[in-house]
Design a binder for this molecule. Structure first.
Ligand SMILES: Cc1cc2nc3c(=O)[nH]c(=O)nc-3n(C[C@H](O)[C@H](O)[C@H](O)COP(=O)(O)OP(=O)(O)OC[C@H]3O[C@@H](n4cnc5c(N)ncnc54)[C@H](O)[C@@H]3O)c2cc1C
Length: 580
C-alpha cells in the first residue's frame, strides 16, 4: 500500500510491526470499538509463519558480529537481519520484517515473577497485580500456552522428569526451588479449561503428584492435526496480523518498507514522524506507540527528548539475561527409556534462586529439551527435530546422525543480571545511512554477574549429571560430541552467549510510579511526551530470568485496553502527509 493512499485519520500510529507491534495493532483493530490504526514497518510482509513450521532451514538467525563505533555499515548476513547499532558485545541485530523476531524465537515462556519485594526496580503495584490476575493469563491464552502438546505425556519426558524429581526430593540440585515454589503450568492455571486439566492429570503417571506438571516447559505452540501425527505451530505475530488484515475491518493500514528515521516534537508531544517514505504529520488527538525493539525504540526516544531534563534516565539501566547452553549426548541404557524404538522428545524446566548476603535474590532457570531419534527413518527423525523446541540447523545434523540408543539433551540456562554495571543505550555523533544518529549499546557483566554465571553453569552441570543418572555422557564442543570422562563439561567461552546475542534487552525506558526513578508511567507513556507510548521489554522495570515475550504480550494486551479509553473520538483532526 502506498502512503499517499491513506486518507483516514489514524487514532493510533504504531511504529514497528514486530512481535509486540503487530499484536497491538491487531488487538486495537478488533471490534467492538476498533480504533483506526496506522502501522509503520521498516521491513515487508514476506512470511507469516515461524521459520520452523514448516522449516525453512536457510532462514535461521545469522551469526552475530561486532560493530564498533566508526565501522562501515554492513548488513548482518543479508536477508532480513541487520545490525543498526554499535556495541562492545557481538549481536545479531534485528529481523526487519513483519513479525520481527517472532518468526525466529524459541517459543518458550517461563512464567515471570513480577511482584517481588527485594528487587532493585519494582513493577508498579497495580500493574503487577493486573498482569498477574488478568493479563498474563490472557497472554498465555493468546500464545497458546494453555494448550497441552504431545511432549507432555511422552515417555521420554516422563523418564527425564522422574530423574529431576528424584534429585529434587533428595536436595541434589543446589539453588533449585522446591516443586511447590515453581509456578503452576499455564494449562493448570486456566481453570476455565477444567476438562483440559483432567486430561493432563489422567495422562500423567499414576504415581506422580500433579505438582510435577510444574516442571513442564510452557511453549507457545499450537497443536493441530490428530494425536498420532500432530502438527506443532510456533506462535508468530505476523500470522496474527495477517489474519486480522484478512478480516479487513478497513481500520488497519499496514505500511511496509517505511523506516522511521526520527520523531519530531513540539510543546511536549510528537507532531510528525520522519520516515524513508516521507514525513507523516501526527494529528492532535493521535497517539503514537513505539514498538521497534528495545534498542531502536530507545534510540528514537533519546533523539526526540534530547536536552529535556525530565528525560535524563532514557537509555540508562539496560539489562539482559546471562545465558549459557550445554548440549550433551546420553546413552539410553537398558534401564532407560521404553520409548518405541528409542525415539521421543521432552521439554522441561527447573527454577532456582541464588543468594548473596545483603543483595536482592537472583533468579535463574534451566530449560531442558531432549530428543532421541531412535530407529526412525530420516524423514521422521527430521520431523521429530522440527517438533522439538530450541533447535537449530546444526542440531538437525546431529539428530540425523544420532545413534538409535542415544539421546541429545540441551540445557539452556538463564539468570538475571544484577543491574550493577552502568549498561546503557546512548547516541553517538556518527550517523546511519538515513542520517540519524546511531545508537551505541554498552553491555558488560559486573562482578556479581560473573559469580552468578559461574553458579548457573555449575547448576547446569549438576542438572546434566542428574539427567544422565550416573551414566557417562559426551558434550557438544565446537560442533562435535566429545567424551568428558564424567564430570568436566565445557568452559565458559564454549557455553556462554555474548550478552548482545540474547534478544532480551530491557529496562532503558522503564516504567514506574515515581517520576524520579522511571521514564514511562504505569501505562508505558513517556513522561516527557504526552502522546508517545512504548510497548516491549524497554519498559520492564525488572524481570527475573523469564523470557520477554510472555510479559511483553501481557503488557501489550493491557496497553490495548488503555488506548481504547485514552483515544478521544470525534476530533476534527486530519492526517496531513507532507512530502509524500
Ligand atoms: C532466535 C531467538 C530465540 C528467542 N527465544 C525466545 C524465547 O524462547 N522466549 C522469549 O520470551 N523470547 C525469546 N526471544 C526474544 C524475543 O523474540 C524478543 O525479545 C522479542 O521478539 C522482541 O520483540 P519486539 O517487538 O520488541 O522486537 P521485534 O520483534 O524485533 O520487532 C521490532 C520491529 O520493528 C521494526 N523496526 C525496527 N526499527 C524500525 C524503524 N526505525 N522504523 C520502522 N520499523 C522498525 C522491525 O523491522 C521489527 O519488525 C528470542 C529471540 C530470538 C531472535
Amino acid at each position: 500500500m502506498s502512503l499517499g493512499s491513506i486518507v483516514r485519520t489514524p487514532e493510533v500510529i504504531v511504529i514497528g510491526a514486530g512481535t509486540f507491534g503487530a499484536v497491538l495493532a491487531s488487538l486495537l483493530d478488533r471490534p467492538p470499538n476498533g480504533l483506526r490504526v496506522l502501522l509503520l514497518e521498516s521491513g515487508f510482509l514476506e512470511r507469516t509463519e515461524h521459520i520452523q513450521n514448516p522449516p525453512a532451514l536457510d532462514m535461521t538467525v545469522p551469526p552475530p558480529f561486532l560493530k564498533p563505533s566508526g565501522a562501515e555499515d554492513t548488513s548482518n548476513g543479508g536477508g532480513w537481519w541487520r545490525l543498526p547499532w554499535c556495541s562492545d558485545s557481538p549481536s545479531h541485530g534485528l529481523a526487519y520484517c513483519v513479525g520481527g523476531r517472532s518468526l525466529f524465537w524459541g517459543a518458550s515462556c517461563i512464567w515471570p515473577t513480577l511482584d517481588r519485594d527485594n528487587t532493585r526496580h519494582p513493577w508498579p503495584t497495580q500493574v503487577a497485580q493486573e498482569l498477574n490476575t488478568r493479563y498474563l493469563p490472557a497472554a498465555a491464552e493468546l500464545l497458546g500456552l494453555t494448550q497441552l502438546w504431545p511432549h507432555f505425556t511422552g515417555q521420554l519426558n516422563t523418564l527425564l522428569r522422574g530423574r529431576l524429581l528424584a534429585a529434587m526430593s533428595t536436595h541434589h540440585l543446589s539453588g533449585v526451588e522446591t516443586l511447590d515454589r515453581h509456578p503452576e503450568h499455564p494449562a493448570a492455571q486456566a481453570t476455565r479449561q477444567v476438562k483440559q486439566i483432567r486430561r493432563v492429570r489422567r495422562a500423567m503417571d499414576s504415581n506422580a503428584n500433579h505438582l510435577a506438571l510444574r516442571l513442564h516447559l510452557p511453549m507457545a505452540i499450537e497443536v493441530r492435526g490428530d494425536t498420532d501425527d500432530p502438527q506443532l505451530l510456533r506462535f508468530s505475530s505476523a500470522a496474527v496480523l495477517a489474519e486480522q488484515l484478512r478480516d479487513a475491518t478497513d481500520n488497519l493500514d499496514l505500511v511496509p518498507g517505511c523506516h522511521v528515521i526520527r520523531l519530531w516534537t513540539k510543546n511536549g508531544r510528537v507532531t510528525a514522524i520522519e520516515t524513508t517514505r516521507g514525513l507523516i504529520a501526527v494529528p492532535v488527538r493521535t497517539l503514537v506507540v513505539l514498538a521497534a525493539g528495545t534498542i531502536e525504540s530507545t534510540r528514537l526516544v533519546l533523539d526526540a527528548t534530547a536536552g529535556n531534563p525530565s528525560a535524563a534516565l532514557v537509555g540508562r539501566g539496560l539489562t539482559t539475561h546471562l545465558r549459557s547452553n550445554l548440549t550433551v549426548r546420553l546413552s539410553l541404557s537398558a534401564e532407560g527409556c521404553k520409548c518405541p524404538g528409542g525415539s521421543g522428545a521432552a521439554a522441561l524446566q527447573l527454577r532456582g534462586i541464588r543468594r548473596e548476603p545483603r543483595r536482592p535474590d537472583i533468579r535463574f532457570h534451566h530449560q531442558i529439551t531432549a530428543y532421541g531419534v531412535g530407529s526412525l527413518p530420516d524423514e521422521e527423525a527430521k520431523r521429530l527435530w522440527v517438533n522439538t523446541p530450541r533447535t537449530d540447523v546444526e542440531s538437525l545434523d546431529h539428530a540425523l546422525r544420532t545413534n538409535p540408543r542415544d539421546l541429545v539433551v540441551t540445557v539452556a540456562s538463564a539468570a538475571e543480571m544484577s543491574g550493577d554495571s552502568e549498561n546503557s543505550v546512548t547516541l553517538l555523533d556518527e550517523h546511519d545511512e538515513f542520517g540519524a544518529r546511531r545508537a551505541n549499546v554498552r553491555l558488560a557483566p559486573s562482578a556479581v554477574d560473573m559469580r552468578t554465571w559461574d553458579a548457573l553453569d555449575d547448576s547446569a552441570d549438576a542438572t546434566v549429571a542428574v539427567l544422565a543418572s550416573g551414566h557417562p555422557y559426551e558434550v557438544l564442543r565446537a560442533g562435535r560430541f566429545t567424551a568428558t570422562g564424567g564430570s568436566t563439561t565445557t568452559g565458559p567461552e564454549e557455553r556462554r552467549e555474548p550478552l548482545g546475542c540474547g534478544h532480551h534487552e530491557m529496562g532503558t525506558l522503564r516504567m514506574g510510579q515515581d517520576p524520579r526513578d522511571s521514564v514511562t508511567d504505569s501505562n508505558g507513556r513517556i513522561r516527557a511526551l504526552s502522546n508517545l507510548y512504548i510497548v516491549g521489554p524497554a519498559i520492564f522495570p525488572a524481570l527475573d530470568s523469564a523470557g520477554p515475550v510472555l510479559p511483553g504480550i501481557a503488557l501489550t494486551l493491557r496497553l490495548a485496553d488503555h488506548l481504547r479509553h485514552a483515544v478521544s473520538r470525534g476530533g476534527k483532526s486530519h492526517v496531513r502527509q507532507a512530502n509524500l
